[in-house]
Design a protein. Structure first.
Length: 240
């Protein structure tokens, strides 16, 4: 009686074993890229949520939001603020803001404010492009780990990304609450040229978006990001 040789299976096993070590660096890289992409995506998604007329409406109507000492009513703010948001989100030309006028014919935004808004639009554009790139990297990394049949490493990458996000948000929220002025100034010095973001209290940008608005926006972004990171952590922990 002829006994079939197990050699083909052995050859196949040897081939798998030979290729496995070469895939390990790619798997490790994909896992780290996915982890790093998680906080970037969560933060920028929530920045985009805050940059919306809905958040402006909620903020202006909440109890305790400071009134404008120069006379803007709530309706005035609700009328003018969306122009600034639409300019940033829709990538409009600066004339979209420059052509706005008060009832007496004077410009809504002065030249200093328009220059700053142009800078903000540039920062916003690059930030969201960076977010799109992070999304592509995250998707490609997750697909790589899935196709490599590494569910444990995929789960670990999400866990690590969630924990990194929670740590980052905790630091940012503490800095914002304990030293808001330092945090606010440091943010502007990081992204904008010196002197281009100083305004008078009578300027339209300050009247529409006082510091309380930005403080609330920072806490909202931090809170939403923290909750989303906790959800990812919980789901990743429960995954088989």
């Amino acid at each position: 009686m002829k006994i079939d040789s197990p050699r083909p299976a052995l050859v196949q096993d040897e081939a798998v074993a030979a290729t496995a070590p070469r895939s390990l660096p790619l798997v490790a890289l994909a896992a780290w890229l996915l982890s790093l992409a998680v906080p970037i995506l969560l933060v920028l998604i929530n920045v985009r949520l805050v940059m919306s007329p809905l958040f402006v409406q909620i903020e202006y109507q909440r109890p305790g939001f400071p009134d404008d000492i120069f006379g803007f009513t709530r309706d005035d703010r609700l009328t003018y603020a969306p122009y600034a948001i639409n300019y940033l989100i829709d990538n409009r030309d600066i004339s979209y803001l420059g052509d706005l006028r008060f009832e007496d014919g004077s410009p809504l935004f002065n030249s200093r404010e328009l220059r700053h808004m142009r800078d903000v639009q540039t920062v916003t554009r690059y930030a969201f492009l960076f977010g799109i790139a992070a999304g592509v990297v995250a998707f490609a990394s997750a697909v790589t780990l899935y196709r490599a049949r590494q569910p444990g490493i995929l789960r670990m990458a999400f866990l690590r990304g969630a924990l990194m996000t929670l740590l980052f948000i905790a630091v940012v929220v503490v800095l914002a609450v304990v030293g808001w002025q330092m945090f606010f100034t440091g943010f502007h010095e990081l992204f904008f040229s010196e002197g281009t973001w100083y305004f008078l209290t009578s300027d339209t940008l300050i009247r529409l978006f006082p510091e309380q608005f930005w403080f609330d926006a920072a806490l909202t972004i931090g809170g939403l990001t923290g909750l989303e990171a906790l959800a990812i952590w919980w789901l990743a922990r429960r995954a088989p």
